[in-house]
Write a protein that binds this ligand. Structure first.
Ligand SMILES: Cc1cc2nc3c(=O)[nH]c(=O)nc-3n(C[C@H](O)[C@H](O)[C@H](O)COP(=O)(O)OP(=O)(O)OC[C@H]3O[C@@H](n4cnc5c(N)ncnc54)[C@H](O)[C@@H]3O)c2cc1C
Length: 356
């Protein structure tokens, strides 16, 4: 059976560079090609792909492309035509792509057109006892599936953050351009732009080392019988700024904004972590004023080291869900943490100016 592997990538919003997730999927594709002793080909899509292609010369792989203004932006019909053309030119057994929103919308459709099979949201791709094996989680990250398939072509879409990103020497890449003529119907949809809530852009940082999670306790009456929202907002925003952490929220907290209750202004449903929220990947997590109930903790599946601050020594985190639980007032803990981080930043500034 052919062991040809096709790695697919599209340029990002900058119009020329590849997203980080593409280099991660490329890392997985190169490792698999080496394990299989198979040939890897790269297929690039975008308005202008040369800059991206030049970053891939170190792979030694042949590079094919479908490019031009028609392929600048995500659009099902043109992306499907581009991927189909690259597949027709390479007859791959395995197609590996990163799980960007652009590819998640189009790769399964192309897999169906080419009478292949597709698996998405993969967390790993490797050779196990001679068989290509992919893994993904089901039921909100509670069950892990191990998948092997006979079907070819097999399209494997890898979730971002699951493999180290490949990097290697750059050069001047030779790219074989494939000419894809689109029909008028394929051009019917026009890409008008991207809209993201401004708060999300500032607070959700998938590449941060730390996930900071705020719970409903931040908006609850405290020991003096009053709520302290402005102090809560300041403490959290200062911490995000000082630490570079990404911001998550419990469902109770993010739901309050929909119910017109007093809330943290920068918290949206997109910050929600858990069974009905997201499952982010970060090296560490710090939960504050959040009880740590099971549907919430499901979202912590891929957080390696978990710490929590809660006034209640019997909170959910205390039952083995956090590595460390600080039984303490989060307002006081965060004020102290912010002071320490500010002092550290000052000290580093002093050292830097002394060195000049
Ligand atoms: C089907 C289903 C799906 C769900 N999906 C999700 C989900 O995806 N994500 C999610 O988060 N939840 C989810 N939930 C809800 C979840 O079960 C909890 O209700 C929710 O996570 C509770 O949020 P919380 O801990 O912020 O609030 P609370 O349970 O109200 O806890 C607030 C905590 O703050 C502490 N506190 C108060 N003041 C302070 C202080 N000064 N210092 C320190 N601690 C303080 C209190 O001790 C308390 O433990 C789901 C529920 C269901 C039924």
């Amino acid at each position: 059976m052919s062991q040809n592997i096709l790695f697919l990538a599209h340029v990002d919003e900058s119009g020329t560079a590849l997203p980080k997730a593409a280099y991660e999927a490329l890392g997985a594709a190169l490792e698999l090609a080496e394990q299989l002793g198979g040939k890897l080909t790269v297929g690039l899509i975008g308005e202008n792909i040369q800059v991206a292609a030049d970053t891939l010369t170190g792979t030694g792989a042949a590079i094919l492309s479908v490019s031009g203004p028609d392929f600048a932006s995500p659009r099902y019909a043109s992306d499907a035509a581009a991927i189909s053309a690259i597949c027709a030119a390479t007859s791959p057994a395995i197609v590996i792509a990163s799980g960007t929103s652009r590819f998640m919308r189009v790769v399964p459709g192309v897999g169906h057109r080419l009478k292949g099979q597709v698996d998405t949201h993969l967390t790993s791709i490797e050779l196990v006892e001679g068989a290509i094996t992919a893994k993904r989680w089901f039921y909100r990250q509670r069950l892990e599936a191990v998948i092997q398939r006979e079907a070819r072509p097999w399209f494997l879409v890898l979730d971002p953050g699951c493999h180290h990103a490949w990097s290697g020497p750059q050069g001047k890449a030779e790219v074989q351009a494939i000419d894809v003529q689109l029909t008028d119907t394929a051009r019917r949809t026009t890409f008008t732009g991207m809209r993201t809530p401004s708060s999300t852009a500032q607070t959700i940082r998938p590449d941060a080392k730390l996930l900071f999670v705020a719970g409903a306790g931040w908006c609850k009456k405290q020991s003096d019988g009053a709520t302290h929202l402005p102090e809560a907002e300041t403490a959290i925003l200062q911490f995000l700024q000082n630490s570079g952490a990404s911001l998550g929220g419990s469902k109770s907290l993010v739901d309050q904004s929909g119910e017109n209750q007093a809330v943290l202004g920068f918290m949206t449903h997109l910050n929600q972590v858990g069974q009905t929220g997201s499952t982010p990947r970060h090296a560490k997590g710090l939960s504050t004023c959040c009880h740590g109930e099971e549907p919430h903790v499901v979202g912590w599946r891929f957080i390696n080291e978990r710490r929590a601050v809660n006034l209640d020594p019997n909170c959910g985190w205390a039952r083995g869900k956090a590595d460390v639980l600080y039984v303490a007032d989060a307002f006081q803990v965060m004020a102290k943490l912010n002071a320490l981080l500010a002092a550290k930043a000052n000290h580093e500034e002093e050292l830097a100016s002394a060195a000049v």
